[in-house]
Ligand binder design. Sequence first.
Ligand code: PLP
Length: 464
Amino acid sequence: MTTQPDLIDTRTSPSGPTVQAPGWLSPPDHRALPTSLWAPSVHRDDDGVVRIGGVDVVALADRFGTPAYLFDEEAFRQQCELFRDAFQDVDVHYAAKAFLCKAVVRHVADTGLFLDVCTEGEVEVALAAGFPPGRMLLHGNNKSDRELELALTLDIRRVVVDSFDEIERLTALARRLGKRPGVLLRATVGVRSDAHDHNATAHEDQKFGFSVSAGEVHEAVRRVLAADVLDLRGLHSHIGSQILDSSGFEISARRAIGVLAELAAEHNRELPELNLGGGFGIAYTSKDHPLGPAALAAAIRAAVQEESSRLGLTPPRLAIEPGRAITGQAGCTLYRVGTVKPRQGLRTYVAVDGGMSDNIRPALFGADYTVTVGNRVSTAEQVLVRVVGRHCDAGDIVVRDAYLPGDVRVGDLLVVAATGAYCRSLSSNFNHTPRPPVIGIANGVARELIRRETVADLLALDVG
Ligand SMILES: *Cc1c(COP(=O)(O)O)cnc(C)c1O
């Protein structure tokens, strides 16, 4: 009889742990917090306690409870400024969907960036913080009439048009309201990002934009020009997310410029703008080595210059929409350990008081993260652990593979790095879990930017 491998009980293996750490993971220095993975202000002090923006996480846990999203407002601003300065001749839009609240909007405004929004809700948060609509760009593959009307009545700077249906609706609305919105057409240029498949948005079999290869972009341009009430500014191409190098952006830019050249030949006029979207990656673990904004800007600028001059085109005015690369490392999540289960011969399971409701990315994308003990330093031998959440789902993983001190225990605080993007914004109330607060830290002072939800909040919605 053959034994099915997955029925072997490896826990009885006499030869020690049977679970191997992934090749990229090695036990970290128990004191160091690598600056490539954390916001610049995050460090471990001599007392062993982790501090963010000068505020220690033990005090934060006492005051605000756990779990909590911690948000280094100065790190966020620094990233805005870094992108603005690296991409000086490019219109840099912060992509609101990565993480948005009124404080974020104000930092985006102060640092001179534009804002990329996709829904009425995002528009309203921006307006509530006083952001000028003339610096917003509206996305969406299925915008509501209300959203299109908002774009027109507020004079939102650019509407990225995504379908033939939308051309018709926007044209009719613009006529009715006597407006002439600036529009970009979202083109799918056939570049597939090398990130997770869910993040690959510019290959053909997906919902966004007008296909280049099927000739849809060319047809869309004809219809927009014929409509005459839409001010066609150019094309938009977003190729995916968490992209660590520049080659995808260069190919996408070259293809889009190729289309601009064809359009110039057909219509005897050059469209002045090209928006290359977002998708710039960050380091979540020691295996990620993203290109910084300066190198990205240089590579993209060179590709655009070269392709434009090769095709005899005036180089278009560029725009980009970084989300994750601006806010990802400004955030981290603070949890408290509730149970520790050493699984003999396998590894230790450390359960915290949050999980897939506050960070769905490990379950959704198989995303990896970096974690450290926040309240003390330990010289105990580092052991391979899996940090899991408190939800009723075996996929409820916070950090799939990590080394933590072997004496990690109930009551310890854990800090997970780089949770500033797509954690709060993708959070849920799974298991009727109230969502954690977002604690902003600036000038050595912590304050609630978004308060913690309560069970009463959840019950208030249940009106049946
Ligand atoms: C999601 C998205 C972005 C931001 O992506 P990041 O990976 O966070 O940089 C920008 N533009 C569009 C159109 C998007 O859908």
